[in-house]
Design a binder for this molecule. Structure first.
Ligand code: ATP
Ligand code: MG
Length: 157
């Protein structure tokens, strides 16, 4: 389906906002003003975003801010989700996209999960012709980037 990215992201974040309040986490959203149309499978992309947002919340401290941005870059749109959590050591930053890989088993066990979320996210993003990667500073926070090709054509209302 061709959908407008901003409204899709807003709806997705709205669903998490209640959970975020429990941990005093603030979502700071900044999206490009121009409508961006992407051709995506909504269920699949929802699964991708749900995992990344829930990771950001799981690994964030109380009162942290999660920043969500979109940026147009040529024929792609780049979505970033940045948290102020514990971060990921450099040597693990590509491994987190492998099945069942979890940084620090003890730490991971206490927050729950199977270690499949990002492996699935990577598969789904690539199936959409996009890329996903992590940039992180250990102890300071993590940003997950996703790029997706976007369609220039406007959709009739
Ligand atoms: P699942 O998503 O299957 O419930 P999970 O969240 O542990 O389990 P992934 O989403 O694949 O699995 O993430 C893999 C690992 O990457 C996590 O266990 C965690 O160690 C690390 N990780 C992912 N996102 C972050 C983040 N935002 N900050 C710090 N570490 C992260
Ligand atoms: Mg996860």
């Amino acid at each position: 389906d061709t959908i407008e990215l901003r409204s899709f992201l807003e709806l997705t974040l709205d669903r998490f906002e209640m959970l975020a309040t429990d941990k005093n986490i603030i979502f700071n959203r900044k999206f490009s003003n121009k409508p961006i149309y992407v051709d995506i499978d909504q269920d699949k992309m929802t699964q991708v975003l749900d995992n990344i947002i829930s990771n950001a919340m799981k690994y964030s401290p109380e009162g942290g801010t999660v920043r969500i941005r979109t940026l147009q870059q040529g024929e792609n749109v780049r979505i970033s989700i940045a948290d102020q959590g514990m971060g990921i050591p450099r040597e693990s930053q590509t491994k987190i996209f492998e099945r069942f890989y979890r940084v620090d088993k003890a730490r991971a066990r206490s927050v729950g999960g199977t270690g499949l979320g990002l492996a699935i996210a990577k598969e789904l993003v690539q199936a959409h012709g996009g890329h996903i990667w992590a940039q992180s500073e250990y102890g300071k926070g993590t940003t997950i980037f996703i790029t997706l090709p976007y369609t220039v054509k406007e959709v009739k209302a």
